[in-house]
Ligand binder design. Structure first.
Ligand SMILES: [Zn+2]
Length: 212
């Protein structure tokens, strides 16, 4: 093969590689959710609060689902019964709620700490169950469904079993549902409707509703 032809093939392949790389970078940028203001500070807050987490990327889907500043969280002080994929803002709110509200209330009501938060998950690409035609805050990782707590002695408090039954477990849950409004913008309880009979929906989205 003449030298000039070999050189031209190499040049062409080189251009193709450059073009492919640019395209991959560009599509990566387009799919990556824009980072919200304070994204870096939020991650720093998780670090200083001792939250067990790692940053991840949850791209924006065509239907609008996706998480800006996403993290995978294993613990927020107390452990989580399963890792959760959520926005950093939700993880930070959950960590503050755990430290300032959950643990002090557990010590007051039961004389012991909460060791595990039980939940039904955060990120879920779905629309609201309210009948309004908009994405649920779960679709942005801004909501978590909290099902209950495990205490240091291994016993459990669950929304499903204890929300209605009079006693210290019910008082603990109802106190936390009230306190949660200081940390989350929307708090939905079993008082809301049958779909919430077994969890507290806590979210840091743009709407405001306390205990409905
Ligand atoms: Zn929910």
């Amino acid at each position: 093969m003449p030298l000039y032809r070999a050189t031209s093939i190499i040049r062409r392949q080189g251009s193709l590689i450059v073009a492919a790389t640019l395209l991959a970078l560009l599509s990566g940028c387009l799919a990556r959710p824009p980072q919200p203001p304070g994204a870096a500070q939020c991650l720093a807050e998780l670090n200083s609060a001792g939250v067990g987490f790692e940053p991840i990327v949850v791209p924006v889907a065509a239907n609008g689902c996706g998480i800006a500043n996403a993290v995978r969280v294993r613990s927020v002080g107390a452990g989580l019964d399963q890792p959760v994929v959520a926005s950093c803002g939700l993880a930070a709110a959950l960590a503050r709620f755990e430290r300032e509200a959950v643990q002090p209330a557990a010590l007051r009501h039961f004389g012991q700490r909460v060791t595990v938060l039980r939940h039904f998950g955060s990120y879920d690409c779905r629309r609201e169950s309210t009948g309004r035609d908009r994405l649920s805050q779960h679709a942005h990782g801004n909501a978590i469904d909290l099902a209950g707590f495990q205490l240091a002695d291994g016993s459990s408090v669950t929304v499903k079993a204890d929300w209605q039954r009079p006693g210290p477990r019910r008082d603990f849950l109802r106190e936390l549902a009230r306190r949660a409004c200081s940390y989350f913008s929307v708090v939905l309880t079993p008082a809301r409707d049958a779909t919430h009979h077994d969890h507290l929906h806590l979210d840091v989205g743009p709407y405001r509703l306390c205990g409905g």
